[in-house]
Design a protein around this ligand. Structure first.
Ligand SMILES: [Fe+2]
Ligand SMILES: [Fe+2]
Length: 315
């Protein structure tokens, strides 16, 4: 697996978006998952590690408003894009609406565990309100950049299972499901943006997306770090200790931040397009793991001969 699926061809910038080859694009399906746990089985639910737990909690806290912003940014384009692109945009909206709904449920479990997520909520509301009076293209560009972030983090979670190792099935299912769908729709906002900017020069496009990516990265890094630090403060850790540990956990060997640096930087290739990296195998592996969890829940061990029956029963 890896980049260059199209053999280095420029399949996006010199072609109308509706002509982009579809051979590396997964079908986008909203799985209608409704099972986010409403209680944590333990406060530090990621291997009893407060720092790893704070990373996922800080993301979950901002997903409902963040993903609602992305949905709202895409809605004005549903009727404007060519009819051939519309089903993907609608599927994107449906998937993000599901994520937002389920992370509201997970956030209730954080509140039930005694966390105050209001400070994190205020940060994401401030980010969203910054764009309130912005034009449709500005909101779309910001969304397209955030989508690159969510896609590379999701791919890292699917590729490197150490991050979610030791997590109970309910939480694992929520995060695997979200990751699968993020990777699955990773190029939709980019495709809409390519359509929206089809009359722009390549230089203008590149300048815009690079500038926005730096701005979004700065905001993401600062606010998600502070979000983790706030949750760790509520766990009783000091500000400076938490900052140090959060940076170490994220950017030390094997850290998510460190591992996504390369995919993040790939965005700055002039001919970058999210679909260039074929992630269909990654999606299939994630789906297989989701099916295994469903089968386990239905009372079947994956190695048992009745697996096909179990999967059918659990569907
Ligand atoms: Fe999402
Ligand atoms: Fe997304």
């Amino acid at each position: 697996m890896g980049g260059g699926y199209f053999g280095g061809m420029d399949v996006t910038h010199n072609m109308a978006p509706e002509a982009v080859p579809t051979n590396a694009r997964p079908g986008i399906v909203s799985r209608g998952f409704r099972a986010a746990p409403d209680a944590l089985n333990e406060r530090h639910w990621v291997r009893q590690d407060p720092y790893a737990t704070a990373f996922f909690n800080a993301l979950s806290a901002v997903f409902p408003h963040g993903e609602t912003f992305m949905i709202r940014s895409l809605i004005p384009w549903v009727e404007r894009v060519p009819a051939s692109m519309r089903p993907e945009v609608e599927a994107f909206i449906e998937q993000e609406a599901g994520h937002s709904r389920e992370h509201v449920a997970m956030n209730k479990s954080l509140i039930n565990a005694g966390y105050d997520i209001a400070p994190l909520d205020r940060k994401i509301r401030a980010f969203v309100s910054f764009f309130e009076d912005a034009s449709d293209i500005v909101k779309l560009t910001a969304t397209m950049c955030i989508e690159h972030f969510t896609a590379i983090i999701a791919a890292e979670l699917l590729e490197n299972r150490d991050h979610l190792a030791g997590v109970d099935d309910d939480m694992l299912e929520l995060w695997l499901w979200h990751a699968v769908e993020e990777v699955e729709h990773k190029g939709v906002a980019f495709d809409v943006w390519v359509f929206a900017t089809k009359d722009w020069s390549l230089a203008r496009r590149y300048a815009w997306r690079s500038l926005f990516m730096f701005a979004v990265t700065t905001s993401f890094f600062i606010n998600r770090t502070l979000g983790q630090v706030e949750l760790l403060r509520q766990d009783g850790y000091s500000f400076f200790w938490s900052i140090k540990q959060v940076i170490k956990a994220g950017f030390g060997k094997g850290g998510i931040g460190r591992n996504v640096l390369r995919p993040w930087a790939s965005f700055f290739r002039p001919k970058f397009h999210p679909w260039d990296k074929d992630d269909r195998l990654l999606i299939a592996q994630g789906e297989a793991d989701l099916a295994t969890i469903a089968a386990k829940r239905a009372g079947f061990a994956p190695h048992e001969p009745g697996i096909a029956k179990a999967l059918k029963a659990a569907a």
